[in-house]
Ligand binder design. Structure first.
Ligand SMILES: *Cc1c(COP(=O)(O)O)cnc(C)c1O
Length: 392
């Protein structure tokens, strides 16, 4: 029973259900992969950020098992008190090499990395310039910093420059997602770096959906644009293309040293486990040595996107494997997703507040591990449901 002061929670839940915004979370009865098992039924998986299919890769599983034997299961406490394991340092060195960055510090998640780095760099009296569609963890990191937040129009460099021209005391920090998670478009990073250089701002990019996807061997957006050495702060995650869990910041050695002294999630929350770290190292080694998975991901994305467009669906401004199939109202997107589910296709609808009202969509995440037959199966289901609902 809810106490009286907590009674509003029930009203909020009812309002979400009434507005078609309630998210019924599905339970998977096995590993992540191109197909997953839900209610005992194999379902085509179009939901995960496991871009390269590494989440259940035998090489990662073996690395994790060996790490458990050697290092146990837990880190003991926060690294600054209990000491840090060689394994975490090895991951940071591997990531720095892979990203061609001078140094790296790892965190528990990409979310934690943003909460660590933004308040460490700016505070009261400073100014942040933030893309209007930046990820929730960037927004929260910005708010936590108590710096003034100036939001510029999405990927609009004129809008960014207008904000930069406004009077501002203190430090300046420009922050953008590399690849935008809901639309799959790529930030105009070279232009924003030039503006940062012109106005003396720190540059930061969150490459969560870029690594393992963009650049040679999936090195990410900085590599994609050849901007090595010109982006001050790169945030990354180990939970998407790399298939495990964890986050990190890449940058100058002094920045990394500073974050180990001032990044609050580093100082007050324990590190990811040895098994996670070892699996992530294995993932980085696979990417470093072979671009086959990245190539397969792009081939699959091109195939799926071209067929979906031919059917008459609008996929917005996607330039990456993230494929938003635009539906409109949240309730219709929810209905579309439920009908796909009946066709054994697991593809989540995404509505307000994750995307603006009226811009609800089915976000399709294809992966390198899908076969052509898998993609065809999904395309047929989209055609059937689209016609049933009168959308194509
Ligand atoms: C997914 C995502 C994160 C969060 O990463 P986790 O490691 O899952 O916490 C942060 N930033 C962006 C842009 C993301 O897309």
């Amino acid at each position: 029973m809810l106490s009286k002061p907590l009674g509003f929670v029930k009203d909020e839940l009812e309002a979400l259900k009434r507005d078609g915004l309630y998210n019924a979370i599905r339970t998977l009865e096995g590993p992540q992969g191109p197909w997953v098992t839900i209610n005992g039924q194999a379902m085509l998986n179009f939901c995960s950020n496991n871009y390269l299919g590494l989440a259940a890769d035998p090489r990662l599983k073996q690395a994790a098992q060996e790490a458990i034997e050697k290092y146990g299961v837990g880190p003991g406490a926060v690294r600054s008190i209990a000491g840090t394991m060689t394994l975490h340092q090895k991951l940071e060195e591997a990531l720095a090499r892979f990203k061609k960055a001078p140094a790296v510090i790892s965190f528990q998640s990409g979310f934690a990395a943003n909460l660590a780095v933004i308040p460490a760099l700016v505070g009261k009296g400073d100014t942040i310039y933030s893309d209007s569609l930046n990820h929730a963890s960037i927004i929260d990191g910005c708010r936590l910093s108590r710096a003034e937040i100036k939001v510029y129009d999405h990927c609009d460099m004129e809008s960014l420059e207008e904000r930069l021209k406004e009077p501002a005391a203190g430090r300046k920090l420009i922050i953008t997602d590399g690849v935008f998670s809901m639309d799959g478009d790529i930030a105009p990073l070279p232009e924003s770096v030039e503006l940062a250089e012109k106005y003396g701002a720190i540059t930061m990019v969150d490459d969560a959906h870029g690594e393992g996807v963009l650049g040679t061997n999936g090195r990410g957006i900085v590599d994609h644009f050849g901007l090595h050495g010109r982006v001050d702060v790169e945030v990354g995650t180990l939970s998407k293309a790399l298939g495990v869990v964890g986050g990190y910041v890449a940058g100058a050695p002094e920045l990394i040293e500073y974050l180990a002294q001032r990044g609050r999630p580093f100082l007050f929350s324990s590190a990811v486990t040895p098994a996670d770290v070892a699996a992530a190292i294995a993932a980085v080694e696979i990417l470093d040595s072979d671009d086959q998975l990245v190539q397969k991901l792009w081939a699959n994305a091109r195939y799926f996107k071209s067929h979906i467009k031919e059917l008459g669906f609008d996929i917005g401004r996607s330039e990456t494997p993230i494929t938003p199939v635009m539906i409109g109202e949240a309730a219709a997107a929810g209905e579309f997703s439920r009908r796909l589910f009946a066709e054994k296709v697991f593809a989540q609808s995404i509505g307000y507040p994750t995307v603006p009202r009226g811009k609800a969509r089915i976000r399709v995440m294809v992966s390198a591990s899908h076969s052509r037959e898998d993609l065809d199966y999904g395309i047929v289901a989209f055609e059937k449901v689209g016609k049933e609902m009168g959308l194509i």
